[in-house]
Ligand binder design. Sequence first.
Ligand code: GLN
Ligand code: ZN
Length: 772
Amino acid sequence: MTAKTPLPTATILGYPRLGRRRELKRAIESFWKGNSSEAELTATARELRAATRARLVELGLPAEGGAVPESFSFYDQVLDATLALGAIPSRFSDVQGSDLVTYFALARGDKDHQPLEMTKWFDTNYHYSVPEIDERTPFAANPAALVAQVAEAAAQGIESRPVLVGPVTYLLLAKASDDAGEGFSPIDRLDEVVAVYVELLGALAAAGAGWVQLDEPALVSDSLSVSREEALALVEKAYAALGGADSRPQILLTAPYGDSSAGLTRLAALPVEAVQADLVRGSLPQQALASGELARAFGEKQFVAGVVDGRNIWRTDLRAAFAQLAGLKDAGISVVVGTSNNLQHVPHDVNDETKLDARLKSWLAFADQKVEQVAVLARGLAEGAAAIEPELAVTEAALADRASAPGVHVDGVRGRVGAVTDADRNRADEATRREAQEGLSIPNLATTTIGSFPQTGEIRKARAAFGRGEIDQNAYDGFLRDEIARVIKLQEEIGLDVLVHGEAERNDMVQYFAELLDGFAVTENGWVQSYGTRATRPSILWGDVSRPAPMTVAWSAYAQSLTQQPVKGMLTGPVTILAWSFVRDDQPLGDTAAQVALALRDEIDDLVDAGINIVQVDEPALRELLPLDADRQGSYLDWSVGSFRLATGGAAPEVQIHTHLCYSEFGEIIDAVDGLDADVTSIEAARSRMDVVEPLGDHGYSRGIGPGVYDIHSPRVPSIDEQSELIRIAAKRIPGKQLWINPDCGLKTRGYEETVASLTNLVQAAKAVREA
Ligand code: GLN
Ligand code: ZN
């Protein structure tokens, strides 16, 4: 092992990587379009890495000793590990060109290759590229990118800390490739992968790296193929080997995104030099701490206490965090101040926001402010609480101000939530509703869409022009009305049964509502990477939520006025609104969800009054927010399902409530989906060829169900035969009265040409099956 220098007492687990002005996004997309060379792209990347390191030092992380993490990625950290391990799936072995060309081929596919699948990273809205592993996947250390970063940092006078997804998490996030044999699981290859990590560590040590960070969030999740307890045993096995390597940097093992307290003493006993725990979502093992057992396990090793929240944008309660750190120090533990997780999930800098209310701004901390908070706490540990008393006092005042600011606690909103009873969450029974809804005259195998129609260049242009004040409200509304009229006419021509207005007015399915509800604020530059070069700007839910005025009624009512067919109203559900926003941390999520639910409940009332008899409430994030920790899943499902029922519970039996859930892997939450008590649920099913109808049939699911009959993720037009075949598969298990025919998801990312062709085939396919 290289010389032992302890980690400085301030560090973070990672930093946003698209750049303050999303410069990496622009550089990569220009390279993809062929407008710039690989050399130009790598030069921009190098500059961005240098600027990031310099910024972190400027914000207070020491330049020496490995406090500054290498945070860069061209696309995704799991894909980086795939390249570092040389684990290129055989179906890509014919890709010609540089490592970067291969990398982007895996990420995005090319004309001969489907890309790696993408899926959500733990319980975040970030997507990673899923490794494909089988018995023959090659593994060979490819440390070039990691080593180059160490050298770049050194040239800048900074000793940085390379970061890599750890071997256990890597394999648990992988899927068995299509070539894998029956019963094969990627984790079966742990020993071989660990051997490659040993080589990578050797190369890093040779390059002069004093520290390396290995992230093992598998340690906090019960949602992978093994439980947390089993993941811990695998980590023990893997790190015994890694720790024993002849030549390696010191290892910081991290367990972000959740609670690792049950295994912390065992992690501390591993042959690594530092262990991190997320103390925002997780906790400390209080007994082991009090008895001295934890301190004994750590010995001289360092404990990176993740006290600054990397998932949210609120200022840390520095006084509380400091007390926790001081307690660890007093217990004899060598403590380093850290973040709960990589700051990739928060935007760069509050100071880039020019339009946010000044008072709200004073409560916030984006990535840069969080680094400063880490540095302040570290100074307090070194110099004593008195040295940071001014900073503690400032955050305390900000927190007190937040607690008492108008809008944060609104009596009317609280009173209403307080008065909610079980009855508000219960509609008439299913049979009564079915009968009452006969009046809607919905045919068997009814055809519909999920809501959005293509967001064309013209729509985006009109929205941008309106945003810049180049066209006025009247002109913009007129434009949207014309768009709605066009979409209604098109659906009538195609022959769909239940129509939609097309969602042209929505920039985003959450932000649209956030802009219209009280209690939310939106940012100008608060970008957060969603995947690859894509970023979203989550809204900030800071206060009690209420609805000053109807939000969607005018659009839906206008659409309904143009047609005799029923038009479905379209809302985003409370759980999804919370999941894709930064939410307040001063009350339980369930309380916040209930407020949003009541606002939606009023919206449904108004829609119905305006003549809309079918309302869809989308909840694509229901599964995403499911806690990683199995012990917390029950109470999550209670409040999330409860908030959906509160939103929809006021609908009369004649009103048909739909929901849409996106994914099809809801085996584990099928009871919850049933519990939503929606009359009709649409889900993704085409790619899995209706896999989901089997379990639904077994479950005795009695409600309406719309398993998607065509994949909207690609422009390919599925034929009538192809769609009717899927419909027949579904119809074997689900009676025609219950079965709805729709695409997998909304059509906003598609073009009109393929949309019209695919929907025309969908209607014909439904007709063919109906008449057979
Ligand atoms: N109604 C939304 C749409 O059609 C649903 C989107 C989603 O599920 N993500 O776009
Ligand atoms: Zn969807």
